[in-house]
Design a protein around this ligand. Structure first.
Ligand code: TMP
Length: 208
């Protein structure tokens, strides 16, 4: 039996990594093998590409270069790490995936949905997450939680950029209603994790 592919999305500081670990421990308690990974990154080359994407000087990468680098890393990640793990029965939990390219490059950088979608079709064909958890919170909540890394090309963006990204994510959740589940991440952590647990329990039940 193959594993399931779960992705976690949202803008900076909504608690993606904490909740990735929470999903992992929830699944481990039920006896499932898991792998937590992330994008950009996840493979050796992917982590090198991540360094370029995050730490190159601000104006050296055009939005399209950025998008192509993300998909270059993603192609390796899918074929070398994610698919083999799923095929061996491991559940894969990925901190960001292609929805981030729609939200950040499509909406944030204003490349538009279609360009991102063309690359998605080329690289992924019909490969999609089984479940995407979108942790959503107003920018005010994020700003108060944020520890900025001023050298990171994304975190040094302005408020308007993050508004486009957040609204982009919410638009994606409308388009892909069956796959993307939105959770209010401004709530207390226990409340957020109760909602996540419910989604995971439903998923496990459906696979039995
Ligand atoms: P992280 O800090 O959540 O690991 O993500 C690093 C940055 O990469 C984050 O600011 C969002 C950005 N990113 C994109 O712009 N497009 C993508 O497709 C992915 C996966 C991440």
């Amino acid at each position: 039996m193959s594993g399931q592919f779960i992705t976690i999305e949202g803008i900076e500081c909504v608690g993606k990594s904490t909740n990735a670990k929470f999903i992992e421990s929830t699944l481990n308690k039920k006896g499932y093998k898991t792998l937590v990974t992330r994008e950009p990154g996840g493979s050796g080359v992917g982590e090198k590409i991540r360094n370029i994407l995050l730490f190159e000087k601000k104006d050296t990468l055009s939005p399209m270069t950025e998008l192509l680098l993300l998909f270059a890393a993603r192609e390796k990640h899918i074929n070398e790490i994610i698919k083999p793990a799923l095929e061996s029965g491991t559940w894969v939990i990925c901190d960001r995936f292609t929805d981030a390219s729609f939200a950040y490059q499509g909406f944030g950088r204003e490349l538009g949905f279609d360009k991102v979608n063309k690359l998605k079709v080329l690289i992924q064909k019909d490969f999609e997450p089984d479940l995407t958890i979108l942790l959503d919170a107003p920018l005010e909540v994020i700003t108060s939680r944020r520890k900025l890394n001023p050298n990171d090309r994304f975190e040094s963006e302005d408020r308007k950029f993050f508004e486009r990204v957040r609204n982009g994510y919410l638009e994606l959740a409308q388009i892909f209603k069956d796959r993307i589940k939105v959770i209010d991440a401004s709530k207390d952590i226990n409340d957020v994790q109760d909602q996540i647990k419910t989604l995971i329990n439903e998923m496990v039940r459906d696979k039995l």
